[in-house]
Each structure stands twice: as structure tokens, then as C-alpha cells.
Design a protein around this ligand. Structure first.
Ligand SMILES: Cc1cc2nc3c(=O)[nH]c(=O)nc-3n(C[C@H](O)[C@H](O)[C@H](O)COP(=O)(O)OP(=O)(O)OC[C@H]3O[C@@H](n4cnc5c(N)ncnc54)[C@H](O)[C@@H]3O)c2cc1C
Length: 417
């Protein structure tokens, strides 16, 4: 990235999560000096969060030379598959249709914690990035020429030209600026379980299959180490914490496997052999559809989960945060002023969140959770019509692969080398 405007510019980033660190690395490669403040320590917990990397995200990771590691270490998915647990029909979209549009006509399943580990190693080693662990950003105050960042117990204060809030869904920076994040929280919890059992025994659906069914959606995703199965539950989200159960061990026979998970596995695999293998992890989580009222305020910008939250269906949350990072850094490097860069970033990325990502994830969630069999059949029929026509299938994949959600992309017109 050519980034003469960034040279020597000191930028503070709150949060050494994946989005904060992609921002830091892109900025540093462009010549900026960056300080990253992270509330926790350097150790990466192997928690189950995102695992999907869409083509534009791989293009961006290629800019910081991490795409190859993700592709090599991950599962390359060449077909996006939809089906139903009670209807014997699979609809498949071929990523090869995207060959002329992206250097990466695939989707890669690579666990977020492994990507985070790579990003942390790369950021810590970079001469222009100063990662400071155990520094919790408490609040910030905008001044005309700088933003003041207050850390920890108020004893440490930093002044920066720009503060990038990459401090996640509960962003202290966002709250300190009184920026609302309106939207909805889904009324029931979702469940994700990880198993060593090969769920493809009953079907030949490949590494990613989004299934509808009598109890709502069930997704079957192969990651390098395990299969991840996500289902809807009827457990109210209201008073449950984000994560209500986690098992590090194989199936404990005293654990009641949620009936929706058991039904999905029975129907998908055509039996109950999976129960003998059990689960490595078992987590419940809330899902939201929320977008911050504004993505910029003076010398502060919001990126990633600090700015927007979307249902995990379709795997767009982490990806759209990485897209924020690229958009912001490109504008900082090329716009005539910092004010113009942040204003444009805020407008474009908020519109993308609302008009593309929220719309796509809400629709995917609603369609996946449809329980009436005639509606499920009708949806498969609609998808089959699209998949049978190359132009329509390409257009569908452009949306599912988030190519329409990233107006500024690296190597957009570059052929794959
Ligand atoms: C169960 C689950 C499944 C998911 N599945 C998918 C998926 O399949 N695909 C997908 O794309 N997305 C998925 N997501 C969403 C994805 O995990 C998030 O979108 C992604 O983690 C956002 O990255 P981030 O860097 O913005 O925030 P985070 O990953 O939350 O990182 C924020 C960082 O900031 C630090 N921090 C917090 N507060 C402060 C502070 N005050 N000061 C300093 N540091 C602070 C935190 O310790 C953390 O390191 C899933 C999420 C969950 C919970």
C-alpha cells in the first residue's frame, strides 16, 4: 500500500483483537507508527468464534502476507451448499464462478484464534507497532488537534492523532462517546458444538453445508481440527450470559445434549453414532443485529464489533471488521485530510453494515430458522433455480462471498498469480 500521508503519524488502537491488529499491520506497512492497547495479556485463548474467511478478506490478508498461511492451514471450500434435514436435495454454488472477480475464488475455514495468534506474532515483531498488554482503555476525549486516551486506573494518558476503537462489542470507547448501537438481540440462544465425528457419513455435502430443518437452522462446517455444528435453540437469550456452557473434554455422559443438536446430527448423519464420539466444545451464545449510530466522532473511529454486530449465520462478523480496517487505512493513506478520510470511512462502512451485511445476515437467519416444510421446500426450489443459471449463481455468490460489501479492495483487477 502506498501511504505517504501516514508516515510518522501516531495512531492509537484500542484492542488487539483480529480487527485491531489487521488495522495496525496495514497502517504500519503504510509507514505509520502505531500503539496498540490491549486490556488482556498476549496469550490467545482457543475459543470458538469466527472460522470463515471470505474472498475479500483473503485479499486483504494477502496485503500483510498472511493469506497463504490461512489458506495452507485452513480448509479451502470450493462449493457453498444448502439443503434440508428432511428433504433429500442439496443445492451447490461453485466458487469457481468468481474466478474473474477475485484472486481467491474460495472460502477458507480457519479458526479465528489461529488467525489471531498469527496477527499477534506479526504485530509484536513489527518495528512500527508498539503492542502494550494489560492496558484497558477507559475513555477518550476529543480535542481539536489530538484525542486523549485514558488507560487503566486513570494514571496513564496518551495523546494521538487518531484513536481506532477495535475494543469489541462492549467497546468502552464507543460508550465513552455516548454512541448508541441500536438494533435487536435475537430472543433465543444459538448453540455451537465441536466434534471429531465425521458428519459427512450420511451425506456428501462437503465442508460447508447450511441446512434448514424441523427445529430451525443447522450449519455443518469443517474446520481444520473439528466439525462445528451450529443450531438454533428455544432457550431465552434474556438472562443468559454470552457463553453459558463450555466443555473442554469429550462428551460427559451426564451432559444433556440439547435436543435440537441431537436431532440435527441424527438427521444429517442418518444415525446416532456421533453420540459415541461426543464433543470437544459446546457453547451457547446470543446473537445481535446492531449498528452504531456513527462510526466516527472527532478523532475517533469505530471498527469491527465495536461498530457493528451481526448474526453468525453466513460468517460475516469478523470479515466485515477486516473490511473496515482496509477501508479506513486506504482512506487515511489517500484522502486529502484525516477529517475527510474518517468522514468518508464512517459513511461508507456504516452504509455497508446496514444495507449489505445486516440485510444479508438477517435474511439468512430468518430463512434458515423457517420450520414449515413447505416454506423450506420453496426456498430450496428458489436456490436451485439460481444455482442452475451461471449468471444468477455468480450474482448470488458475489453477495454470499461479501464481494459486494467491500467497495475498496486490494488487487481487485489483478489476476491470480
Ligand atoms: C460464538 C461466536 C461465533 C462467531 N462466528 C463467526 C463466524 O463464523 N464468522 C465471522 O465472521 N464472525 C463470527 N463471529 C464474530 C467474530 O468473532 C467477531 O466479529 C470478531 O471477533 C470481531 O473482532 P474484533 O477485533 O472487532 O473484536 P474482538 O475479537 O472482540 O477483539 C476485541 C479486543 O479488544 C480487547 N478489549 C476489549 N475492551 C478493551 C478496552 N477497553 N481496552 C483495550 N482492549 C480492550 C479485547 O480483549 C479483545 O482482544 C462469532 C462470534 C461469536 C461470539
Amino acid at each position: 500500500m502506498t501511504a505517504s500521508r501516514l508516515t510518522g503519524c501516531e495512531i492509537v488502537i484500542a484492542g488487539a483483537g483480529p480487527v485491531g491488529l489487521v488495522t495496525a499491520l496495514l497502517l504500519a506497512e503504510g509507514g505509520a507508527d502505531v500503539i496498540v492497547l490491549e486490556a488482556t495479556g498476549p496469550a490467545v485463548q482457543p475459543e470458538w468464534r469466527g472460522s470463515t474467511l471470505h474472498p475479500p478478506t483473503l485479499e486483504i490478508l494477502a496485503e500483510i502476507e498472511l493469506a497463504d498461511a490461512a489458506v495452507r492451514g485452513g480448509i479451502a471450500v470450493e462449493h457453498l451448499v444448502y439443503g434440508d434435514l428432511e428433504i433429500n436435495r442439496l443445492i451447490s454454488f461453485d466458487y469457481a464462478l468468481l474466478e474473474e472477480l477475485t484472486a481467491f475464488p474460495i472460502r477458507v475455514q480457519y479458526e479465528q484464534y489461529k488467525l489471531l495468534q498469527l496477527l499477534r506474532e506479526r504485530a509484536v515483531a513489527h518495528p512500527s507497532i508498539d503492542v502494550r498488554w494489560h492496558r484497558e482503555v477507559i475513555r477518550c476525549t476529543n480535542a481539536t488537534d489530538y484525542v486523549e486516551v485514558v488507560v487503566g486506573d486513570d494514571r496513564e494518558r496518551l495523546r494521538a492523532k487518531l484513536l481506532v476503537a477495535a475494543d469489541g462489542s462492549h467497546s468502552a470507547v464507543r460508550r465513552s462517546l455516548n454512541i448508541d448501537m441500536p438494533g435487536t438481540t435475537y430472543p433465543t440462544l444459538s448453540l455451537v458444538a465441536a466434534t471429531d465425528f465425521d458428519v459427512t457419513v450420511g451425506r456428501c455435502a462437503g465442508p460447508v453445508a447450511y441446512m434448514s430443518g424441523p427445529l430451525g437452522r443447522a450449519s455443518f462446517i469443517r474446520t481444520p481440527d473439528v466439525w462445528r455444528i451450529a443450531v438454533t435453540t428455544e432457550i431465552p437469550a434474556g438472562d443468559a450470559p454470552q457463553l453459558v456452557a463450555s466443555l473442554e473434554t469429550t462428551l460427559d455422559t451426564t451432559l444433556d445434549v440439547h435436543p435440537n443438536l441431537a436431532t440435527a446430527l441424527d438427521l444429517y448423519t442418518g444415525g446416532s453414532d456421533w453420540a459415541d464420539v461426543g464433543f470437544r466444545q459446546y457453547q451457547m451464545y446470543r446473537s445481535h443485529q446492531r449498528v452504531a449510530d456513527r462510526f466516527a466522532d472527532g478523532r475517533v473511529v469505530l471498527v469491527g464489533d465495536a461498530a457493528h454486530l451481526a448474526s453468525t449465520t453466513g460468517g460475516m462478523g469478523l470479515n466485515s471488521g477486516v473490511h473496515d480496517a482496509y477501508d479506513l487505512v486506504t482512506r487515511l493513506a489517500t484522502a486529502p485530510s484525516l477529517e475527510q478520510a474518517t468522514a468518508e470511512y464512517a459513511d461508507v462502512r456504516r452504509a455497508m453494515s446496514l444495507d449489505v451485511v445486516q440485510r444479508a445476515t438477517s435474511a439468512a437467519r430468518a430463512e434458515g430458522d423457517e420450520r414449515r416444510i413447505d416454506e423450506r421446500q420453496a426456498r430450496l426450489n428458489r436456490l436451485a433455480v439460481l444455482a442452475a443459471d451461471a449468471a444468477a449463481a455468480r450474482e448470488y455468490l458475489v453477495g454470499a462471498a461479501m464481494l459486494s460489501a467491500v467497495p475498496i479492495r486490494p488487487g481487485r483487477y489483478r489476476a491470480r498469480t
